[in-house]
Design a protein around this ligand. Sequence first.
Ligand code: PGA
Length: 249
Amino acid sequence: MKPLIIANWKANPSTLNKAKKLFEGVAAGLTKTKAEAVICPPFLYLRELANSGKIKLGAQDVFWQEGAFTGQISAKMLKDAGCSYVIIGHSERRALGETDEMVNKKMKTAIPAKLFPILCIGESKQEREEGRTKEVLERQLILGLKDISGPKLQSSRFIIAYEPIWAISTTSSHENCDFENALSIQILIKKIVLKIYNQQNFRKIRVIFGGNVNASNVLGYIEESRMGGVLVGGASLEVKRFIAILRKF
Ligand code: PGA
């Protein structure tokens, strides 16, 4: 399986011109890598970037309905704009009030629309220090994946991103997650998902890692922690830094 390297631009950059430059720069550097790249820009840039067809795109959020919901964007709209993936439940959205129930509704709207959801889970520094990591991840997975089933559902229909909040580069006093810790969580997540679905093929679920990933640690997360990919924030905002990650493969 090729490692999946997903860029999460968050609310960056500030103009379409800058977004195009960053996107084109990454596209030009894609020749020397065996990894698969996905870019998740702000909603407004999606359609314009999708027109180039050079790199698969993802959105950073989705809403579960259409109609009288001011400011929201639906799964169909994202699909129509050229999106293939969608990040759901990022900790920065959960910090603004997104609950596990909302995350679940978003998962349920993305899967039938054939948008690959990237379900983000992860514990805070305090939860980690209180020894509650397992409990938090279990809750986020059980509630986030609630009632998502059916004979057609396969492990390849969604991706789980483990993003410990304390390891995200922009959190104050952030710490890197070591490879051994990431490996044990990767194994734990697969066990929980297997328990939820009780199906052997869910052992193959793709778990990726996010939290200050850069060119000097990406191989560790893929090889030592056996992650199926990474979600990159800060280091995806400069062509050179993002290409350096891709070229490790
Ligand atoms: P970071 O962000 O790479 O800047 O730590 C990752 C994320 O929040 O998805």
